[in-house]
Design a protein around this ligand. Structure first.
Ligand code: MN
Length: 292
């Protein structure tokens, strides 16, 4: 099942991506005399009460749907618009650490972004004029479904609501300048695109998913989440040992090799206005953004 959010009168609303198009979940539920969560936040909170509940509720709405959104008029919203936190893991793929010429970290390295950085599938992201070394980072993003405090690794994935694709956009000439500005270099407006949809956690194994990125159609990253140094279950166990993870929290789980930062100096092509980046993850889909 693929859950999306779209804008309706300025508020996010829940949709279901099907082969026929995007189903308006609320309208389709009303037509069938049932109810559906109004938006992803409600779906996540329902899921927290019983993981199967929300899928059982929504799955019938994807069969022979009538209330489809007109494709030309739909404007997608980020799959989560009000996360409590946007947590990011740095340097979490073996071959990416190698291309950065950095030792493997002994524990997950944490930084964060803010809400202003969220962007939807299809959205155009502005590259500020003050810097020039703009880079892409294809990442698997986990959405937390239940409060998680000190959970063991073996049960950590039970706390995930679903998965989406993310692009951890980064400004290298700021990230490594002024004493190392990781947060500032990665949280410009629109620098955390997520989407195009959210796939419920039970449908994917996050330890073995192909992950890739393309810039203007040219493949730049092509890897598998099996190259992660710290698998998602270990990240959740580690973070939840230090603080309580809450429903709606997003975890960007790190990027594989092939970012522009890792290219030799004479072959570096930073992102610029007019470029298009596609992030594809097996079983989820492709997140596309353009730049101005
Ligand atoms: Mn990253």
């Amino acid at each position: 099942m693929k859950l999306v959010q779209f804008w309706r009168n300025g508020a996010p609303a829940l949709g279901l991506q099907t082969e026929a198009g995007i189903v308006d979940a609320a309208a389709e539920a009303t037509r069938r005399g049932t109810t559906a969560p109004a938006d992803m936040e409600e779906a996540i909170l329902l899921g927290a009460e019983g993981a199967e509940g929300v899928e059982q509720l929504l799955d019938p709405l994807t069969r022979d749907p009538v209330c489809l959104l007109p494709p030309e008029a739909v404007r997608l919203a980020p799959v989560v618009t009000e996360p409590g936190r946007i947590l990011c893991i740095g340097l979490n793929y073996r071959q990416h650490a190698r291309e950065c010429d950095l030792p493997l970290p002994p524990a997950p390295v944490l930084f964060n972004k803010f809400h202003n950085a969220l962007a939807a599938h299809g959205e155009e992201v502005a590259l500020p004029a003050d810097y020039k070394e703009y880079d892409y980072e294809a990442e698997l993003v986990a959405v937390i479904g239940k409060p998680a405090r000190d959970v063991p690794q073996e049960r950590a994935l039970d706390y995930v609501f679903g998965y989406t694709c993310g692009n951890d956009l980064s400004t290298r000439d700021l990230q490594f300048a002024r004493g190392g500005q990781w947060l500032l270099s990665k949280t410009f407006d629109g620098f955390a695109p997520i989407g195009p949809c959210l796939v419920p956690a039970g449908e994917l194994d996050p330890t073995r998913l192909d992950i890739s990125s393309r810039v203007n159609g040219e493949v730049r990253q092509s890897s598998n989440t099996s190259d992660m140094i710290f698998p998602l279950a270990q990240i959740i166990a580690d973070l939840s040992h230090h603080f309580t993870l809450l429903p709606g929290d997003l975890i960007f789980t790190g990027t594989p090799q092939g970012v522009m930062q890792g290219y030799p100096a004479d072959r570096k092509q930073w992102l610029k206005a007019g470029d298009r980046v596609d992030v594809t993850i097996q079983g989820i889909g492709t997140l596309t953004n353009t730049f101005r």
